[in-house]
Design a protein around this ligand. Structure first.
Ligand SMILES: Nc1nc2c(ncn2[C@@H]2O[C@H](COP(=O)(O)OP(=O)(O)OP(=O)(O)O)[C@@H](O)[C@H]2O)c(=O)[nH]1
Length: 263
């Protein structure tokens, strides 16, 4: 991502609370994502994503990369909330990423943080076993706080570039994700490795649940409409063509925790 310069600030969000500043940006040029000048600003269409994790694991570093904010004075000015639209699977998604966990002297209450997210990214550092244990605790807390909600949770092992000081293996991270029924990815904020995949994965996980809920509701209501043979054939072909689309992903049965494009 380096070398492309800072993306243009496209707008400010009214959602940012006192002490925070939201920036709306787009992935830099040359990225596989399309640039966007921001989608709808209505609350329902903006997915709230909260970063949780022990201090120093790289939450802010990941959030800043998402927000397109470089380290330095601009990072200080950017605050803790980043608002941005990204294209995922040909469809625009607006995300509000909150890096507010245990920030601003505890102004943001943990209970509030646990209640407000449409998705959660629990970060630990692969160089810090303690932060890995903390991630498990947070997962348990989150499960308690959102018992009835099927809210997407992605466990992130950050600092994967620090190979020599690694304390948590990939297998341990993956096993933890399987036990806690969440998704898993390793990232390096320092190298910008997998950061884009992480946030795209967040969008896919939110969409998959939405699709799943809608399908269940339709089934329960018994409103499956009868389709003509032509329509059925068209739909079938459409599915084959859109193999990588979220609709196909939704149908995929895999429970693989490291594949962020399936449930
Ligand atoms: N080598 C390496 N260093 C990283 C990485 N991510 C973050 N860091 C460094 O780790 C330190 C802590 O990063 P932050 O992003 O401030 O961590 P945080 O989780 O937001 O910390 P708190 O604000 O205290 O909760 C900084 O010096 C970062 O430069 C990474 O992927 N690799």
């Amino acid at each position: 991502m380096a070398g492309t310069g800072l993306p243009r600030v496209l707008g400010q969000s009214a959602e940012s609370g006192p002490g925070t500043q939201a920036t709306r940006r787009a992935w830099p040029e040359g990225s596989s994502d399309s640039l966007s000048s921001g989608g709808s600003d209505s609350d329902e269409s903006v997915y709230k994503v909260l970063l949780l994790g022990a201090p120093g694991v790289g939450k802010s570093a990941l959030a800043r990369i998402f927000g397109g904010v470089e380290d330095g004075p601009e990072a200080e000015a950017a605050g803790h909330t980043y608002d941005r639209s990204i294209m995922v699977d040909g469809e625009e998604a607006s995300l509000m990423v909150y890096d507010i966990w245990e920030q601003d002297g505890g102004r943001w209450l943990p209970g509030h943080c646990m209640a407000m997210g449409d998705a959660y990214v629990i970060v630990y550092s692969v160089t810090d076993k303690g932060s890995f244990e903390k991630a498990s605790e947070l997962r348990v807390q989150l499960r308690r706080a959102r018992q009835t909600d099927d809210v997407p949770i992605i466990l992130v092992g950050n600092k994967s570039d620090l190979v020599r000081s690694r304390e948590v293996s990939v297998d341990e991270g993956r096993a933890c994700a399987v036990v806690f029924d969440c998704k898993f990815i390793e990232t390096s904020a320092a190298l910008h490795h997998n950061v884009q995949a992480l946030f795209e994965g967040v969008v896919r996980q939110i969409r998959l649940r939405k699709d799943s809920k809608e399908a269940n509701a339709r089934r329960q209501a018994g409103t499956r409409r009868r389709e003509s043979l032509g329509k059925k054939a068209k739909r079938f072909l459409g599915r084959i063509v859109a193999r990588n689309s979220r609709k196909m992903a939704f149908r995929a049965k895999s429970k693989s925790c490291h594949d962020l494009s399936v449930l």
